[in-house]
Each structure stands twice: as structure tokens, then as C-alpha cells.
Write a protein that binds this ligand. Sequence first.
Ligand SMILES: CC(C)(COP(=O)(O)OP(=O)(O)OC[C@H]1O[C@@H](n2cnc3c(N)ncnc32)[C@H](O)[C@@H]1OP(=O)(O)O)[C@@H](O)C(=O)NCCC(=O)NCCS
Length: 178
Amino acid sequence: MPFLTEPCAEYKEQFIEGIREFQREGKQLHYDIQRISTDFEAFLRATREQQEHVRIGPNRVPTTEMWLIDGDEYIGYLALRHELNDFLLKVAGHIGYMIRPSKRRLGYGTEILRLGLEQAKKLGLPRALVTCDENNIGSKKVIEHNGGKLENAVEVEGATVRKLRYWIDLMEQENQTT
Ligand SMILES: CC(C)(COP(=O)(O)OP(=O)(O)OC[C@H]1O[C@@H](n2cnc3c(N)ncnc32)[C@H](O)[C@@H]1OP(=O)(O)O)[C@@H](O)C(=O)NCCC(=O)NCCS
């Protein structure tokens, strides 16, 4: 059964392999693999600090990063933003996720969001905003499979496609499962 974990040393090698895979498709380029593998503890510390208001910049919001693991394989990551600022409200939402290229179309995208919504509920959020590009069919389905209700499609400065903004009611989900 796949599960979410906070970044930890146990999956260091699998995580780095996953990042290499993302980078081969031109994603996650901000990760400096050389630096991360040399001092993984510093990387973990910096990741944890993103959750603390006092440690992050004024335009940033506390964010929990989590990894999806299946067996002992790193499958992908999820970022859970604890609150919304103007940019997140319009464009990026509460939850972002990414499945490594070799593990796509196996149901993991749907599963990572499902698990991320459980975390959002634990944070006390009554509903979560999740967004995707209008032409991202995979992500659109992932959101809709998790109960996303489309609010609107918005133009984003500098982008050629609109952003679809979905809300997922976390209270409703609770009622459905009980
Ligand atoms: C979008 C993404 C998370 C989907 O992950 P995934 O593991 O492939 O998702 P799932 O396997 O749960 O697929 C969900 C549905 O979307 C479909 N799907 C997935 N990728 C697709 C694609 N590229 N084109 C068409 N359909 C696609 C699946 O077939 C499945 O359809 P079904 O439910 O009708 O059977 C993954 O492609 C990814 O990480 N992409 C790059 C980053 C990204 O776009 N993140 C989302 C930002 S909003």
C-alpha cells in the first residue's frame, strides 16, 4: 500500500534517483543533486523549516512536503500549503503533486491527492483548492476523481493556457466515509 511520509534519510537514494528522473524531463531543476547527496541532513532540515512561519520569507506560506512511497520506492511528492496567499488563491492552490515519469498512469496520481487531502483535513482545512492547467488531462482527472468541483478557469499572466480551479470539500468527504 502506498503511503505518504515526510522526507527522511531512509529513502535518500530512492529520492535522488527520482529527482534524476524528473530532471531528465526538465522538471525539478532547482534541486542541486550534488549538494543534496553530500549533505542530506541539511536538505531535510531546510525542507522541515518550510513549515515554520518564522523561518520563511514574508510572501511564503508554511508548506509540508511529503513523499509517496510504495514498497521502498520513491514514487512522487506532494506539497501541502497550510494557507493561501493571493498567488496560491488564484493559481497554485493548497496542494501540488508530481509523480515520477516511470510511475505515471498507474493510479498513483489519484492516490497521492487522496492521501494529501487526508493530511489537509488533519490540518483543519474545511476545503482544499487544487488547480491544474486546462490541458493537463491527467491532473484534471486526478482532481475530479477526488471530488473536485470546478469553480472557474482563469488566465494567468505569462501562460498560454488557463488554470482550472477546483475546490474539494473536506467536510463532505468526512460525511461520505462515515
Ligand atoms: C498529472 C500526474 C500527477 C498524473 O499522475 P498519474 O499517476 O499518471 O495519475 P493516475 O494514474 O492516477 O491517472 C488518473 C487518470 O488520468 C489519466 N491520465 C494520466 N496521465 C494522462 C495523460 N498524460 N494523458 C491522458 N490521460 C492521462 C489516467 O489514464 C487516468 O485515467 P482514468 O482514471 O480514466 O483511468 C502526472 O502525470 C505528473 O506528475 N505530471 C507532471 C506534473 C504535473 O502535471 N503535476 C500536476 C500539477 S497540477
